[in-house]
Design a protein around this ligand. Structure first.
Ligand code: MTE
Ligand code: MO
Length: 203
């Protein structure tokens, strides 16, 4: 057994040494990239794709694929944590910071609902999307984001459980009050901090 792998972990629970402090409570190390989708996978043509921010904002707007790709992109190295207990470490996406996108619309409410091609929704408070902590990403590990992982574009909010990172994202609606999205209406936590194990309603 190589030095790189901790002894005493079987199968997929083996994790690289020194990574223990990066796995939140109740999570296990997952070297792969599982696909978790509720319902069918939508196929979105970039010619038809739009990303919009509307709702309680001073200046609603939407971007075509071409307009979006003219915005400043950055690499986002991160760890991701799914509420079904897998954590993937040291993975890199590439996209546009929500700080950049929100600066153009003048948000006036404190909450947002992310909505998607295919109908999925998830709520994220505005403060969780600012300060360099959330992106709309179109690449993973230097390749276009695979369709099953949300391509052409998904929300990425790595400091919250991964159900908040809406795949096939179509836009954000800014709201005055916090409203539950798809999983939040079905028992998942409104906030979803993996370090506080905010998995379900009563956590
Ligand atoms: N549109 C949409 N986004 C979604 C989901 C979904 O079913 N539909 N599942 C969520 C959940 S529960 C998780 S864990 C992650 C899974 O992302 P992945 O399939 O790329 O691993 O996407 C989140 N975003
Ligand atoms: Mo999930």
């Amino acid at each position: 057994m190589s030095d790189f792998i901790s002894r005493g972990f079987g199968g997929r629970r083996r994790q690289p040494k020194g990574m223990e402090g990066r796995i939140p409570p109740g999570q296990y190390y997952e070297p792969g990239f599982p696909v978790l989708t509720a319902g069918p996978t939508p196929h979105v043509d970039t010619a038809e794709w739009r990303f919009s921010i509307d709702g309680v904002v001073g200046a609603p707007r939407s971007w075509t694929w071409e307009q979006f790709n003219a915005l400043p992109f950055e690499d986002v190295p991160c760890d991701i944590h799914c509420v079904t207990k897998w954590s993937k470490l040291d993975t890199t996406f590439r996209g546009v910071s929500l700080d950049t996108l929100l600066a153009e619309v003048e948000p006036l409410g404190g909450y947002t609902m992310a909505h998607c091609y295919g109908g999925y929704t998830t709520n994220v408070a505005l403060e969780e999307l600012t300060g360099g902590r959330a992106w709309v990403v179109t690449e993973h590990e230097g390749e276009p984001l695979p369709t099953e992982h949300g391509g052409p574009a998904r929300l990425l909010v790595p400091h919250l459980y991964f159900w908040k990172s809406a795949k096939w994202v179509a836009g954000l609606r800014v709201l005055d009050s916090d409203e539950p999205g798809f999983w939040e209406s079905n028992g998942y936590h409104m906030h979803g901090d993996p370090w506080r194990e905010e998995r379900y309603w009563n956590d």
